[in-house]
Design a protein around this ligand. Structure first.
Ligand code: KG4
Ligand code: ZN
Length: 331
């Protein structure tokens, strides 16, 4: 079964073809980072318009790269939420129209399920059960995955998501948008130990997170500092270590609680080098294993939507006649 995947929930237009027999056939991404940079964040109306402009050329490009004609597709998967409603509507409308014209089934995919299953995309040996850490700009969750479609939320953030904390902290220190990766780059030059911030909610039991206090701590430290380049790097280092340690402590707890021997990590913050190293070390210590998608499939992409959609179509899921998107949607 060859499934076209379409991702337009935020500021990346992603398209891919996943083949259940041959794996990922092709994928392409257009990032709108440059478009939104001057506003310091994503402008929803501009995002929708750009998805309209980019989507069909990307579909054409992906089909050409895969050596496929539209008629070779057996299904179309699109992100139906959560995300920006106008942006989601672009992918939903295009996906449903394509599926109708090709007389193949369409399937609405939950964006976070796409992230959750992304580690399996290029690792056929990886199968549930496992514990997943989902760390993106909008979500921070620990999920027990018993089977595809059988998920239990173990814990989540009570305020800011981990990626959001990276972005907001970067912004308050004057780093350009999008701040998360920029802050992580800066932290590479930062000296460990100069700033030590709290590891929020690790001193009590439970698997929930809270990251909003951390940015306030960084803000106060930044305001009281000489605001030099080295200080900024040192602060970035202290902040990154606090987030990474906090995530690692909760991952260890989630493995203990569930008895799982596999941890998978997905979402944009999963691209963070220090987090990857820390979780690798943690897993090695306990004889567990940790799996990450490659960094390009940690952040938003069409491949994870094609993959999740293929699994859902294989399981017999089909769409109702109405085209709907769900800007806020629990998995
Ligand atoms: O999954 P994603 O691409 O989009 C959402 O669904 O949110 O995640 C984007 C988030 C942003 O907050 C971004 O700052 C963060 O992931 N991010 C990083 C890194 N790369 C992306 N955060 C820390 N370190 C990175 N290397
Ligand atoms: Zn995402």
């Amino acid at each position: 079964m060859r499934v076209l995947g379409i991702e337009t929930s935020c500021d990346e237009t992603g398209v891919a073809v996943y083949d259940t027999a041959a794996g990922l056939r092709a994928h392409a991404l257009h990032s709108q980072v440059a478009l939104h940079a001057e506003y310091g964040g994503v402008v929803p109306e501009l995002a929708s318009r750009d998805h309209v402009r980019r989507l069909l050329p990307l579909v054409r490009q992906v089909l050409a790269e895969a050596g496929l004609r539209p008629a070779d597709l057996d299904g179309v998967a699109y992100t139906a939420g959560p995300g920006l409603v106008g942006a989601l509507m672009v992918g939903a409308a295009a996906g449903r129209a394509l599926a109708w014209a090709l007389d193949v089934p369409a399937v609405a995919v939950h964006h976070m399920e796409g992230h959750l299953l992304a580690p399996m995309l290029e690792d056929p040996a990886l199968k549930p059960p496992f514990v997943a850490l989902l760390v993106s700009g909008g979500h921070t969750q620990l999920v027990q995955v018993r089977a595809v479609g059988d998920y239990e939320l173990l814990g989540e953030t009570l305020d800011d998501a981990a990626g959001e904390a990276f972005d907001k902290t970067a912004k308050l220190m004057g780093l350009p948008y999008p701040g998360g990766p920029e802050l992580a780059r800066l932290a590479e030059r930062g000296r460990p130990g100069r700033f030590r911030f709290a590891r929020p909610m690790t001193d009590r039991p439970g698997l929930d997170f809270s990251f909003s206090g951390l940015k306030t701590q960084v803000l106060l430290a930044w305001q009281g500092s000489d605001q030099s380049g080295q200080t900024r790097a040192d602060l970035a280092r202290g902040f990154e270590e606090a987030v990474v340690d906090t995530l690692a402590i909760k991952c260890a707890r989630a493995l203990d609680r569930t008895g799982a021997d596999t941890l998978v990590v997905a979402g944009g913050v999963g691209a963070n080098r220090r987090l990857r190293e820390k979780l690798q070390a943690l897993a090695a210590e306990r004889g567990a294993r940790v799996r990450f998608p490659r960094p390009a499939f940690c952040t938003d992409n069409g491949a994870m939507i094609a993959f999740a959609g293929a699994l859902r179509l294989q399981a017999g899921q089909r769409e109702p006649a109405a085209v709907t998107v769900t800007p806020r949607w629990d998995m």
